[in-house]
Design a protein around this ligand. Structure first.
Ligand code: PXP
Length: 246
């Protein structure tokens, strides 16, 4: 199982002070440096999300990371014309289509592929035509998985937010939903990834979910990096993922 490290919150910290001073020579921390450190810690890919409101990653971060970090780049994006144009210019290895509203603190809930089918399918086609592999970030729901396959995606990323927030019996139920969705995805020839809210403590509970190719993890790694540095934080997560049966 591979690890994609989401470094958005490195940019969140920089923007907290330098949003209005983008050209300041003092602007820190550097998302590019975080990407390179994540690579040194064993990350398999780097994930960034340029949101419509540019609250953390900026366009120039995306281009700089694309140019200078040798790892595959996973570009999370809303299904908008603006982001589609940016993706076509950036040419990431992967694009992950996510829902995006201005009010949310972070991505809440999966993309409603069923409800937005034509729009999503059109965006997937444009990106794939440009040679970008496309993933859809969806709730672990069989109907959404099936719609994702029909929309032409190559991958799905199962939203693990409910899993991460659940305790006891509810956690077991959420694992079961992920198991079912993952089996359905593989049955449709989709690569199955997962992400959101995964941390050092709960990652082992995902070992029961079969067929997971990649986990995308951000907040907990950036938080841990404040104590041990990014290289070590990523190493620790890779170690925590090691027991996955494959
Ligand atoms: N995957 C997707 C699609 C996301 O939107 C996010 C959050 O930005 C993540 C993974 C990473 O979630 P977390 O920061 O909770 O690890």
């Amino acid at each position: 199982m591979l690890l994609g490290v989401n470094i958005d919150h490195v940019a969140t910290l920089r923007q907290a002070r330098y949003a209005l001073l983008p050209d300041s020579p003092n602007a820190e921390p550097s998302p590019l440096q975080a990407a390179l450190d994540a690579r040194d810690g064993g990350a398999d890919s780097i994930t960034i999300h340029v949101r419509g409101d540019r609250r953390h990653m900026q366009d120039r971060d995306a281009f700089e990371i694309r140019e200078k970090c040798p790892l595959p780049l996973n570009f999370e994006m809303g299904v908008t014309r603006e982001m589609q144009a940016l993706a076509l210019e950036l040419k990431p290895d992967f694009a992950c289509l996510v829902p995006e509203t201005r009010e949310e603190v972070t991505t809440e809930g999966g993309l409603d592929v069923l409800g937005r089918f034509d729009e999503v399918k059109a965006c997937v086609a444009v990106l794939r035509e440009a040679g970008i592999r496309v993933s859809l970030f969806i709730d672990p729901d069989v109907a959404q998985v099936e719609a994702s396959g029909e929309a032409g995606a190559e991958m799905i990323e199962l939203h693990t937010g409910c899993f991460a927030n659940a305790v006891a019996d509810e956690r077991a139920m959420e694992v079961e939903r992920l198991v079912e969705a993952s089996r359905c995805g593989v049955g449709m020839d989709l690569q199955v990834n997962a992400g959101h809210g995964i941390n050092y403590d709960n990652v082992a509970s995902l070992f029961e979910v079969p067929h997971l190719a990649e986990l995308n993890i951000g907040h907990t790694i950036v938080s841990r990096a404040m104590r041990v540095g990014m290289v070590e934080a990523v190493r620790e997560m890779k170690a925590a993922m090691e027991g996955y049966p494959g």
